[in-house]
Design a protein around this ligand. Structure first.
Ligand code: ADP
Ligand code: MG
Length: 298
């Protein structure tokens, strides 16, 4: 695994930061060298990893504006096992200054990352809840986009705006930008609407929907108040296990993509890459898993 992944959705409160922090910790637990970049001026990922943003001299803002080099702004997190590029309040100012720059304002993050890209297997970028210049910088710097979403009535509407932004970035500056996957977060299997929207997502996006579902879990919500990823807060919780499963699914997917096809016939049905063929099975397989999440475990 060697890539830069933007965790993006212009809706707030869908689980971007929770996913970025806990996926970073889970990938680090599988020995991937992982960097987490906090690109949201709210600094939730920074605080959720136990870094006091008010004390921070150098962070994402200074790096984006070219005031400090990225290496000197990285903070290794001993317990969590990954490295962080944290942010302080100045990131709002950085966005304003980026907007007034005329040359190369979309490529600041891409260029800033170049010196450290090879030090890491995975770089995760926690994006702000809007399609602003910071998010554009993330999508330009990224190889792929991971979209966390809550399975609610309006969820699909917001998704099309994000997908069209991704398409624009692809055709304008970053043709290699891929959809890493759509992640169903804060999922409550007892909610019929959630199940319906989840199944609809699979009908539309097939294999691009992660089979791992992140349940609503109180341990995930409280871990940031301890300044820790959930793995360090309660590693047996359903939330911790779900993010470990997500990391496992990503690694497995990548290994499958690298393996040579089993048969010589490219169109043989059921093959990993054949579009559409797996959809019904996918809906069926999401069902039992979703039901399995209904237990009372914290
Ligand atoms: P975003 O970064 O998209 O704004 P957050 O990750 O900050 O979203 O999540 C919004 C709120 O929901 C936070 O208070 C977070 O702790 C909580 N939350 C996120 N995921 C879960 C989950 N799976 N179960 C319970 N609470 C969650
Ligand atoms: Mg956030």
């Amino acid at each position: 695994m060697k890539r830069v992944m933007a965790v993006a959705n212009q809706k707030g409160g869908v689980g971007k930061t929770t996913t970025a922090v806990n996926l970073a910790a889970s990938l680090a637990a599988t020995k991937r060298r992982t960097l987490l970049i906090d690109l949201d001026p709210q600094g939730n990922a920074t605080m959720g990893c136990g870094i006091d943003k008010s004390q921070l001299q150098r962070g994402t803002c200074e790096v984006l504006l070219g005031e400090v080099d990225i290496q000197s702004a990285l903070v290794p997190l001993e317990g969590a096992g990954f490295t962080m590029l944290p942010t302080n309040q100045d990131l709002v100012a950085a966005e304003v200054r980026l907007l007034t720059t005329t040359v190369g304002r979309e490529t600041k993050l891409l260029n800033a990352l170049k010196p450290v890209r090879d030090q890491f297997d995975v770089i995760l970028i926690d994006c702000p809840p809007s399609l602003n210049m910071l998010t554009v910088n993330a999508l330009v710097a990224a190889d792929s986009v991971l979209i966390p979403m809550q399975c609610e009535y309006y969820a699909l509407e917001g998704l099309s705006a994000l997908l069209s932004t991704i398409e624009q970035i692809r055709s304008a500056v970053n043709p290699g930008l891929e959809l890493e996957g759509i992640l169903r977060t804060m999922f409550d299997p007892r909610n019929n609407l959630a199940n319906e929207v989840g199944a609809q997502l699979i009908m539309h996006f097939g294999d691009k929907v992660f089979r791992t579902i992140i349940p609503r879990n109180v341990r995930l919500a409280e871990a940031p108040s301890f300044g820790k990823p959930v793995l360090l807060h309660d590693k047996e919780s359903r939330g911790a296990l779900a993010y470990l499963a997500l990391a496992g699914e990503m690694i497995r997917r990548e290994e499958e993509a690298r393996e040579p096809p089993a048969s010589a016939a490219p169109d043989s049905s059921g093959g990993a890459g054949s579009e559409g063929s797996g959809e019904e099975g996918a809906v069926a397989s999401a069902g039992p898993r979703a039901e399995g999440l209904g237990g009372d475990r914290p």
